[in-house]
Design a protein around this ligand. Structure first.
Ligand code: FRU
Length: 925
């Protein structure tokens, strides 16, 4: 068990490792991810050139899969573009790529971004500020110049030029115009006859051309700032039918459908100056900046003029490039697919690795717990074996105990059977003797005692045999349907004479007069005989016994309630126990009666319970089921119940109920005896017997309980107390302890008389300061001899104390409390021998007891009255003084407390037969 916390800690550790491992795997994937966000603000996105720029950017971006790309189209509106950039900055971007619609209006927002630390790449068009990180685009000035020089070098004769410019304020328009002017300057045959703004758009350009259509026939060369406006020029010239000789030069030279390359090869325009979009370059520069790699700030893209001489070559090259691009894209798709496969394989691998790790860990744990479990199982198995062997031992022991109990019970039962015949042989002649008046007159009391106790013995023997039958032989009842009210009423009636003798009010009541109940008349009677006999036996004189029968649903409840001595909770717990005898129970309560009663009620499938309160009374409640559903065929009999012989059967229960013989009290008329004894015994028969026997020798006081014993001891101060140990209320031992520790009664010898004969019990009796412990049955002569002997010893003790106080010796037999009393008493007398006013009251005050108690105590211990003792001590001292001192008779008279020498002489002579003078002369006499 001690390894458990350790085990849990280990498991926790391992799980932590697993979680960490999984987290690491997750991190590995996270690292590949780029978190860059690139914003691209386009001034206008609808035309082919800008779409090409965007495509290029995306192609480059595809090489950086983690990057986020935000794209906005300002649709030729500077205000819109400003708002879009602001929004991007709010969203949070790592780098801004911008192609400003117009230089001036866009400058502040670009500077703002730059100043915030966001790298800014200007593409194609410019702002009017140097605050940017990098520029990507062709040199528009150079481009314009190349166009001017191309026109100048390819047209001979006078050249009238029309310039169609881009959006006013946009940097390419400004720079291309400037470059173009510089390009044509060296050609004296060239002059510009008109300039219009086409705003980079074909319709706008056409509109402007219509406005100056009158001038157009003069024009033989056009420089349009882009190819779309150049194609518009061609259209207008065609429409006006004036354009056959006009050389049109555009800018952009885009490949693909609608592009400048196509226009040149289709002869819509004559030439186009290549203006690369720079989308790819812008993106690669952006990643170099973000990855903190070296980059160039000004990325000027190369340009050239494309016309009929090189357009096919350019187209071929473009087609090749285009194919290559497509291959790249295909490969990128493949790479993407591979990446996807790789990713999913990686995930599978991760899962496999984690599962493997978990499997290893769990396997380890399983192995660990397996070994732990084995250890625990081993120790449990050992414990189990131990418990099993203990259990087996207990079984063997309990079997032995059961066998021993059964053997004992067998023995008791067998002996009981043996007892029955002699008992019957005693009882029947006894019955004859009781019927014989002459014999009754002679030994009536004794015959009656023999009769009652023989019955009692028979009852005990019968109960023992019944108990054996039910409890061990499991003999079933033989129930028949009878009126249980009538049955119990008959039982109660049998006890009426006994109740009346003790003036006990015995009543029976029932809520229904006829209650049909299945019971065994030969068994159930014993239950109620026992309960009612006990209720009378343990009741107080003039007490009550109430039997109440109630029919309730499918059961009958019979209560037997008394107002007797009752029981305390401990006694109550054991009351139904086999052979239990409560301490207060008189010796005639064997204990088996209630146990047997319970067995009989149980055999009837009923129950018996008891409620009791000490000194208030007890209530036994018997509950029996009605009907016969609960009885097996074996438990029933077809013979009708017959309880005609109840009276005879009740005899053994009622025979030892209190007889009407009054307690023997000292006969006031007979001559008083010298010594008195107090007999304490709750068995009335024994009490009467002992009282009658001792009456011959002593004055006898009797009582049947401990409380009264103490009261009588104080009142009569008897010469001896003979007490039973088991008594109602206070036990004989407690009586002994109480009296022996009280100065007034400590001198009284006590004999404890009991049926409890073990050595331990005898020792405990002696511990209670009893003088002798005699076990029942006893021989009366032996008891009498002991009583006489104790009283004689007491007299010897008295003689010893009264003989001579000067010896100072005391017999060791004397109880210490008595010794102290005698010493105190003798000392007080000795000190006051010369005091002629000294009285008994003085001694009472000094010792602290009443005059009568002092009188009885002195009489008991010293065998004389107090005044006799004082006189005797005075004369003894006078004798001594006369013999040993040289005082005059008069002096001695006063020294021994006599006020008159003549009276002293008279008293002295009465005691010793000579006058003090004669004694002084001849002390030996
Ligand atoms: C496209 C375009 C191009 C031109 C460039 C100048 O919108 O008009 O034709 O070369 O912009 O910024």
């Amino acid at each position: 068990m001690g390894c458990k916390p350790n085990y849990i800690a280990r498991v926790k550790k391992i799980l932590l490792l697993v979680v960490t491992g999984c987290a690491l795997v997750a991190c590995k994937h996270d690292k590949i991810k780029s978190t860059y966000t690139i914003g691209f603000s386009q001034c206008v996105g609808s035309d082919l050139w800008r779409r090409t720029m965007l495509e290029e950017m995306k192609t480059e971006l595809s090489l950086h899969p983690g990057a986020t790309f935000i794209y906005t189209d300002a649709q030729n509106s500077s205000a819109k573009q400003i708002a879009q950039v602001r929004n991007m900055l709010r969203q949070g971007i790592d780098l801004l790529v911008i192609s400003p619609n117009e230089a001036q209006p866009l400058t502040p927002v670009v500077e703002e971004a730059y100043n915030k630390g966001i790298p800014v790449i200007i593409i194609d068009r410019k702002t009017s500020s140097p605050l940017y990180t990098a520029y990507v685009g062709a040199d528009n000035y150079e481009l314009g110049k190349m166009a001017g020089e191309y026109i100048g070098s390819t047209i001979k004769g006078p050249v009238s030029i029309l310039e169609v410019m881009g959006l006013p304020g946009s940097s390419p328009a400004i720079e291309r115009d400037r470059g173009f002017n510089d390009g044509i300057r060296k050609f004296s045959n060239i002059h510009v006859i008109s300039k219009v703004y086409g705003d980079w758009l074909k319709p706008n350009a056409e509109k402007q051309l219509y406005r100056i259509k009158d001038k157009l026939p003069l024009v033989n060369a056009v420089f349009a700032h882009n190819d779309v406006m150049a194609s518009g020029v061609r259209d207008i010239f065609s429409q006006l039918n004036i354009g056959h000789q006009v050389k049109i030069v555009g800018v952009d030279a885009l490949p693909g459908t609608g592009g400048g390359l196509g226009m040149v090869s289709d002869k819509i325009i004559d030439a186009s100056v290549l203006y690369p979009t720079g989308g790819k370059e812008a993106m690669s520069t952006a990643f170099r900046i973000l990855n903190k790699e070296p980059f160039s700030r000004e990325n000027i893209l190369q340009s050239l003029v494309i016309d009929s001489s090189n357009v096919q070559l350019m187209k071929m090259q473009w087609a090749r490039i285009n194919n290559q691009q497509k291959d790249i894209e295909k490969q990128q798709v493949l790479i993407k697919e591979q990446q996807g496969i790789y990713d999913s394989q990686q995930t599978v691998l991760d899962v496999i690795v984690i599962t493997l790790v978990l499997a290893i860990i769990l396997g380890g744990l399983a192995f660990y717990s397996l070994t732990e479990n084995r250890k625990i199982n081993k120790s449990l198995a050992a414990k189990n074996d131990e418990i099993l062997s203990q259990r087996n031992q207990l079984i063997v022991m309990s079997e032995k105990a059961e066998a021993a109990t059964e053997a004992k019970l067998n023995f008791f039962t067998n002996v009981s059977h043996e007892f029955r015949t002699p008992l019957t042989l005693i009882l029947s002649p006894l019955q004859d003797m009781m019927n014989n008046e002459k014999l009754l007159a002679l030994g009536g009391k004794d015959i009656r005692i023999i009769y009652q106790n023989s019955h009692r013995l028979l009852r005990l023997v019968n109960q023992l045999i019944d108990y054996r039958k039910i409890e061990y032989d499991k003999q079933s009842i033989k129930a028949s349907a009878n009126n249980i009210v009538a049955f119990i009423r008959d039982i109660v009636d049998n006890f009426r004479p006994h109740a009346q003798k003790q003036q006990i009010h015995l009543s029976i009541s029932s809520n229904v007069n006829d209650i049909k109940c299945w019971f065994d008349v030969n068994m159930l009677d014993k239950v109620f005989f026992n309960l009612i006999a006990n209720a009378i036996k343990f009741n107080n004189e003039k007490g009550k016994v109430r039997v109440n029968i109630v029919k309730r649903n499918d059961e009958v409840v019979i209560e037997v309630e008394d107002t007797g001595v009752g029981m305390n909770p401990e006694e109550l717990n054991l009351v139904f126990d086999q052979f239990y005898q409560a301490a207060h129970m008189p010796s005639n309560g064997s204990g088996i009666g209630l146990s047997l009663s319970r067995e009989i009620v149980n055999a009837h499938h009923g129950s018996v319970q008891v409620q009791s309160e000490k000194w208030k009374g007890s209530k036994f409640t018997v509950v029996l089921p009605l009907g016969d559903d609960h009885l097996s065929a074996d438990e029933k009999t077809t013979e009708p119940g017959n309880w005609a012989n109840l009276s005879k059967r009740s005899e053994i229960y009622s025979s030892d109920l209190k007889s009407s013989v009054a307690l023997t009290q000292p006969d006031l008329l007979s001559s008083p005896k010298e010594f008195s004894i107090l007999i304490v015994e709750d068995n009335q028969d024994l009490l009467h017997y002992l009282a009658a026997k001792f009456d011959e020798y002593f004055e006898v006081y009797t009582t049947d309980n401990g409380h009264d014993a103490i009261t009588q001891a104080y009142e009569h101060v008897p010469d001896l107390i003979l007490s039973d140990i088991v008594l109602p209320g206070i036990s004989g031992k407690a009586v002994s302890e109480k009296l022996k520790s009280d100065l007034r009664t400590s001198h009284i010898p006590i004999i404890l008389l009991t049926a409890q004969g073990s050595v331990e019990q005898q020792i405990s009796g002696i511990d209670a300061m009893a003088d002798i412990y005699i076990t029942k049955p006893f021989n009366f002569d032996y008891l009498l001899a002991n009583v006489k002997n104790l009283i004689k010893n007491r007299r010897i003790l008295k003689d010893h104390f009264t003989s001579d106080i000067s010896t100072g010796e005391r017999t060791s037999v004397a109880k210490s409390i008595d010794k102290k009393f005698i010493n105190d008493f003798a000392g007080i007398v000795e000190q006051n021998l010369s005091n002629d006013k000294f009285s008994v009251d003085d001694i009472c005050k000094l010792i602290g007891i009443s005059r009568i108690q002092l009188y009885r105590k002195v009489k008991a211990l010293l065998g004389c009255s107090i005044t006799d003792y004082i006189l005797s001590r005075r004369l003894k001292k006078a004798q001594y003084l006369l013999q040993n001192e040289n005082f005059s008779i008069a002096e001695i008279t006063y020294q021994v407390g006599f006020s008159n020498p003549n009276y002293f002489a008279t008293v002295f002579k009465a005691k010793y037969g000579c006058t003090p003078t004669e004694f002084k002369r001849n002390p030996v006499a």
